[in-house]
Design a protein around this ligand. Structure first.
Ligand code: NAP
Length: 278
């Protein structure tokens, strides 16, 4: 009897925007591994039950996107070190015996993309982080581990920025700034947009004084969702403005490797996704 094709999924709400199914299909064809990878839209009050039902029905692994990363961490039976530190998870895998393991590789994916492809190593940089949700949290800890010189966090809900700064090791390295005071902060080496405004068709109101000719701007969103922010940065005179597609690919590749034991070719995947269909 032929073996059933192993099932994987990305859970989110909304989730239709996610490129993860395309990416895992691309990796599957690169490596010759048969798999079925679907996007599953689950509202917050249905998320835990939907994940449990997916694994009970034979699902082998799942990625988790907004707004479920905290809930993914909470439902897992086992959490690895970095997920434990962050309190959020974007990768769930079934362990022998059916227990669910949670991991977080968003921060590592962002760093790999920044350092290896964008050519913007955060080490020694003064960084502005916009947002204080799950992805911002992963980004902030990764920036600290990578040796950024300082971090300023600004978020629409100021208290969440404060909570994130408190969770990092001390206010001396990480500080907070109210949105309407960003105009007095001068320019940064690196600005990371970790808000979900692009995919929510909202725009950020930001002073151009944050940007100068050395500034690299990185939007965790990708495709059209990143355009308003990267366009703003280019107009403001930044050195480079990049979207988060490379991060998504690095993060997806790490999930793929966790599940299948094979590292896919991320450079080829980036080229394939950037090339418009004929
Ligand atoms: P989240 O936990 O829901 O956080 C959303 C953040 O956006 C919060 O800081 C929120 O501020 C802010 N925000 C939402 N609407 C806003 C508005 N109208 N004006 C100003 N701020 C607003 O989401 P997340 O999981 O952190 O994801 C954030 C973004 O990162 C998404 O676009 C997601 O697609 C992207 N992402 C990309 C990758 C990748 O691999 N490239 C990986 C992870 C995430 P409040 O605290 O005030 O609500």
């Amino acid at each position: 009897m032929p073996q059933p094709v192993p099932r994987y999924a990305v859970f989110g709400h909304p989730v239709a925007h996610s490129w993860s199914p395309r990416l895992h299909a691309l990796f599957a064809s690169q490596t010759g591994i048969a798999l079925d990878y679907q996007a599953i839209d689950a509202a917050p009050d249905e998320f835990a039950a939907a994940v449990r039902a997916f694994f009970a029905a034979g699902g082998r692994g799942a990625n988790v996107t907004l707004p479920h990363k905290g809930a993914a961490f909470a439902l897992a039976d086992v959490c690895t070190g970095i997920a434990r530190r962050l309190g959020v998870a974007n990768l769930l895998s079934v362990l022998p015996g059916g227990r669910i393991e949670a991991q977080s590789n968003d921060g590592a994916g962002m760093l790999a993309d920044l350092q290896n492809r964008v050519g913007a190593d955060p080490a020694g940089c003064d960084v502005l982080l916009l947002g204080a949700g799950g992805a911002a949290r992963a980004a902030a800890f990764a920036l600290q581990d990578a040796g950024a010189r300082s971090l300023v966090i600004a978020n629409r809900t100021f208290e969440r920025a404060q909570d994130l700064a408190d969770a990092l090791s001390g206010r001396r390295w990480a500080s907070v700034c109210r949105w309407d005071e960003l105009g007095s902060r001068g320019g940064f080496d690196l600005i990371i947009n970790a808000t979900s405004t692009g995919m929510r068709h909202a725009t950020l109101s930001l002073p151009s004084s944050l940007v100068d000719t050395r500034t690299v701007v990185y939007d965790l969103g990708y495709g059209t969702a990143a355009r308003p922010f990267t366009d703003w940065a280019v107009q403001a005179g930044c050195a480079k403005a990049v979207d988060g597609l490379g991060m998504l690919i690095e993060t997806a590749a790490a999930s793929f490797e966790r599940w299948h034991g094979v590292r896919p070719d991320t450079g080829a995947a980036l080229e394939a996704l950037r090339t418009p269909p004929p």
